[in-house]
Design a protein around this ligand. Sequence first.
Ligand SMILES: Cc1cc2nc3c(=O)[nH]c(=O)nc-3n(C[C@H](O)[C@H](O)[C@H](O)COP(=O)(O)OP(=O)(O)OC[C@H]3O[C@@H](n4cnc5c(N)ncnc54)[C@H](O)[C@@H]3O)c2cc1C
Length: 514
Amino acid sequence: MRIAYLDRTVHETDSEPKPNGDVSAISKSIDLQGSFETGDKTTIASKDFGGLYSTKPLALIKPAGSDDISRFIKAASRIPRMTVAARGNGHSINGQAMTNGGLVIDMRSTEENHFRLLNINGSFFIDVSGGALWENVLTRCVSRFGLAPRSWTDYLSLTVGGTLSNAGVSGQAFRYGPQISNVTELEIVTGKGDITVCSETRNPKLFFGSLGGLGQFGIITRARVKLQPAPDMVRWIRVVYTEFDEFTRDAEFLVSRDDGESFDYVEGFVFCNNDDPVNGWPAVPLDPVHGFNPGIIPQTGASVVYCLEVAFHYQKGDHPSTVDKAVAGLLKRLRFVEGLKSQVDLSYVEFLLRVKRAEEQAKANGIWDAPHPWLNLFISKSNIVEFDQTVFKKMVKDGIGGPMLIYPLMRSKWDNRTSVALPDSEIFYLVALLRFVSRGPSVEESVAQNREIVEWCIKEGLDFKLYLPHYQSKEEWKLHFGNQWTRFVERKASFDPMAILAPGQNIFKRTHLS
Ligand SMILES: Cc1cc2nc3c(=O)[nH]c(=O)nc-3n(C[C@H](O)[C@H](O)[C@H](O)COP(=O)(O)OP(=O)(O)OC[C@H]3O[C@@H](n4cnc5c(N)ncnc54)[C@H](O)[C@@H]3O)c2cc1C
């Protein structure tokens, strides 16, 4: 089977005739409250973080709110071949937020439309715009209310609507589930232009369909997100393992424990057993002054080693000895290499914004804007040892020029009614190959290696799914969704029957209903 994932080709729509839309005429006819841009001013919408694709949209719309979005979708439905792509912060890899010749809706212009705290039967929620950045949701919730969402992504310059269209995972997901398990209500503008409020009990088909729905059923304009009291401080710790089975045993032990009996965050990564500044030991210390003494690593000759990354929440008023004791109690159950531990204490907000600091450094070094042919996978626990032996220990043993994340998640914290496709087993691993090509193999080599990895997973019959998936053909999408495909198609027919929305996902072709 041909695996088109990350093929660096022009989008299918590029070869097709473009719609003949006159955006000023459309906007006049619909009494646009927001604004729009055309020509060179749409450049931002013609590319994304991946840097692998580019397209030419007809216009970049900056809507004032849901009414503008609804009217644009309705207008687009009357123009043959016209498509509409919601753009969150454009941090996709494979052009998922793009449209060639269509209308891009810049959701960032709606950020301020919603920010309301709700107390429902003693539980707190925040209503936020689909175009809000998670970093702004964080800082505003903590500073104004001392509250914070429970489940995050590692990097927070992503929009609420963008991550809810995928899943949104990080080191808290083992306990609270992904971000899509932490919202209770959405306002959505469907592909028919209807503005609809939905939840578990109200329009549940649209609610669950849109969570992990790759933007196929509607544009999320508001989300109600569960909150919890924000801790003041975090102790962030990294420990090193040479043996994969010990690393996975400890990681699985931590994610399987009850609330209050484990760390508050569990992740991990693989790194090269050498002194390469990007791929090797220097990636481990949380503070450069900690250094890394490779002499302590048992001489197994292993090409790669593993780092378990955990965090413990506490309050400023907690006595240091109480925190030390609780952390020591958890660490003593783990079998990492003694002496290879690095830890720092920082505020909760600083911890959650940790990747932003890395971004600032990478921007200063000029590596942030280079292409990012990333590969994200969910791999069943039953196959993770084979994956380590073939992929980590052989295929990428020399590093990829960026982090190689691996951490376990629990399927029972996900809701089967959402659209996201997962492996079958209760414990599965997020594996992320976060390539920065200016520091590693070329784009072509990276893309080829990603393809080789996915092809190997298929050939060996691994129980796995792509996360943030992208394919070129319907056959591949059908395989991806498996027995959820029929439901996905039915949801599309109900909410976006002409396939106007999110054409960059390359799942459905725009049609015209007679
Ligand atoms: C540096 C970096 C770190 C990341 N870290 C993580 C991580 O730790 N965990 C994780 O889970 N993911 C992570 N991601 C992936 C990220 O969650 C997805 O790429 C996400 O889609 C990006 O959000 P965005 O707002 O930029 O969306 P975009 O790229 O703009 O859009 C993504 C898709 O969602 C659609 N969409 C956008 N907004 C809406 C909306 N309001 N309603 C409906 N559909 C919409 C778009 O049309 C498109 O199809 C990371 C990405 C980057 C670049």
